[in-house]
Design a protein around this ligand. Structure first.
Ligand code: ADP
Ligand code: MG
Length: 354
């Protein structure tokens, strides 16, 4: 069943196209992350779904009801959405319980009391009902905001960069808690973030936006392992970015030949390789392209090794363990096929024609 659907949604601010023909659907009970760099249109999409921005073109459906479309504009408070913003936007002069009860205006007193209790319990703050927001940590305030958004049991909950106001350490903890709470509540959620790792961590599926265009939608592992463009590959994780030219479905690059199935002879290509896809062998007789270690960086569970290829290009390899080869060592590089992405140069960027 549909939780939330965007159909052919386009939006402009004056001459600035913010969204172009955005279409995707979130299933009931699904957590979907809308991810992309700053300015790509994420907040605009969320505001259009919530009814905070009027729809210019296309259609939005929440549950089984079209809430915005030609001749249809259901007001925000009737759309059955819960909202959580980066700054939480709790009312400072109200207690935690009153903050949560705020979204339940119009219900009778007993129902409000019951739902406030249930949802404070759900977010693990049953003992905080009488406290004020300033008495809570950032993570606790986040959970109050979540309880307030969930208590009216909305059809969909929309979260805009919900963790970016928290410091890095707290962020990981709070996103884990948030995900657990969303799952426990069985909520349908659209989480907006510019952080690819956060999106992959939280999303059942992720929708990648580039300059207002949806460029890929899929499960995190699908999108990470099978990016459909150089932009997506690079946005989701570290890559070595090399170039090559194709002959007989093989691209010759500085690091050696890589498969380029289906690409025409003579075509210039971008060759992107994840650092974890480069394996180093210290045996000089081993197969693979020769390289010299320039530097190594111990990162804890893994090490990042900077290598110079014989034509002078540098590449980075991420290898397991804490005993990387030392600067000056000669190594052979073996490339894991799954970690290489080859794209014709010209197809990189979608045009923004509005
Ligand atoms: P994101 O949330 O991904 O950072 P936004 O949806 O906020 O992106 O913005 C998308 C584009 O629209 C950006 O180029 C931004 O500058 C522009 N934009 C957003 N809001 C407005 C506005 N109210 N007026 C004019 N331009 C806007
Ligand atoms: Mg934004």
């Amino acid at each position: 069943m549909t939780g939330l659907a965007f159909r052919h949604v386009s939006h402009r601010y004056g001459d600035v196209p913010a969204l172009t023909d955005l279409s995707f659907e979130i299933d009931d009970g699904e957590v979907c992350c809308l991810v992309g760099p700053s300015g790509c249109g994420k907040t605009t999409a969320l505001r259009i779904a919530a009814g905070l921005e009027s729809l210019q073109h296309g259609e939005v459906q929440i549950g089984d009801r079209v809430v915005a479309g030609p001749g249809i504009d259901v007001p925000p408070e009737k759309r059955c959405v819960g909202l959580v913003f980066q700054d939480f936007a709790l009312f400072p002069h109200m207690t935690v319980a009153d903050n949560v009860a705020f979204g339940l205006r119009g219900r009778d007193g007993a129902t409000r009391k019951r739902l406030v209790g249930e949802f404070l319990d759900l977010v693990g703050l049953a003992d905080y009902a009488a406290k004020y927001p300033h008495m809570l940590s950032g993570g606790e305030q986040q959970r109050v905001a979540l309880a307030r958004a969930l208590a009216p049991q909305p059809g969909v909950i929309l979260l805009d960069e919900p963790f970016s106001g928290l410091d890095v350490r707290l962020r990981e903890e709070v996103r884990e808690e948030t995900l657990t709470i969303l799952r426990r509540a069985g909520a349908t959620a659209l989480v907006v973030t510019h952080d690819a790792e956060e999106a992959m961590y939280m999303g059942d599926r992720i929708a990648v936006l580039q300059r207002g265009h949806l460029v890929q939608l899929g499960r995190p592992d699908e999108v990470y392992r099978h990016p459909q463009s150089a932009f997506v590959a690079k946005f989701l994780g570290d890559v070595n970015w090399l170039h090559g030219t194709v002959a007989d479905e093989v691209a010759e690059s500085a690091i050696g030949p890589v498969a380029a199935a289906g690409i025409d002879n003579g075509e210039r290509v971008d060759v992107l390789i994840r650092p974890e896809g480069l394996h180093l062998c210290r045996d000089p007789g081993a197969a693979g392209r020769e390289a010299t270690v320039v530097a190594n960086h111990l990162l804890g569970h893994s090490s990042l090794v900077v290598l110079k290829l014989d034509q002078g290009e540098e590449v980075r390899a991420r290898i397991a363990g804490d005993k990387p080869p030392a600067p000056g060592d000669d190594v052979r590089i073996r490339i894991e096929d799954d970690a290489v992405f080859v794209f014709p140069c010209k197809r990189q960027e979608p045009r923004n024609t509005g």
